[in-house]
Design a protein around this ligand. Structure first.
Ligand SMILES: [Zn+2]
Ligand SMILES: [Zn+2]
Length: 155
């Protein structure tokens, strides 16, 4: 699996590949390293976050969210222009094309896992089926935790 994370020591974005034979997650920029415990993964899939040890991960589509929003925005703009020029059929067609593209992308894009606490992303994982999607309640818990930690450091 491929891991993208913000290094806990140098805070730079880092990438690492973890295979069945690797025992550590490493930062390429500094010497930060964290060993992977036997119980922290099942085969190639992480059971918990391999960077911070957090047990809560969520599943999302491996897709640039800004690009996704831009595509939806483009569809709305194009169909609005068509309506402005009195072409409702064209407007409908544009929305249908964008809707179909969205559906196809959703079907073919792979999943990735994200850590609720440190937002580390895990790609190219073979088994993801048992991991839940995004849970606002769990996310809120970690958001509150990070606010508390920030306040504790800078009173
Ligand atoms: Zn680092
Ligand atoms: Zn984490």
């Amino acid at each position: 699996m491929l891991i993208s994370f913000d290094c806990p020591r140098c805070l730079k974005p880092a990438h690492d590949e973890v295979t069945l034979t690797s025992h550590n997650v490493n930062c390429g920029a500094c010497q930060w390293t964290r060993s992977i415990g036997e119980s922290e993964r099942k085969g190639e899939s992480p059971v918990c976050c391999l960077v911070c040890g957090c047990g809560d991960l969520w599943r999302q589509k491996d897709f640039n969210q800004r690009l996704g929003v831009a595509i939806v925005g483009l569809g709305i703009v194009l169909s609005t222009i068509a309506v402005a020029y009195m072409m409702p059929a064209v407007a409908m067609l544009v929305l249908m094309i964008f809707g179909l593209a969205d559906w196809i992308l959703y079907a073919i894009l792979p999943d990735r896992l994200v850590c609720y606490r440190c937002h580390t992303r895990y790609r190219k994982i073979p088994t993801l089926a048992e991991v839940q999607g995004f849970d606002l309640e769990v996310n809120e818990r970690y958001r509150q935790e990070s606010i508390r930690l920030k306040n504790a450091v800078t009173p």
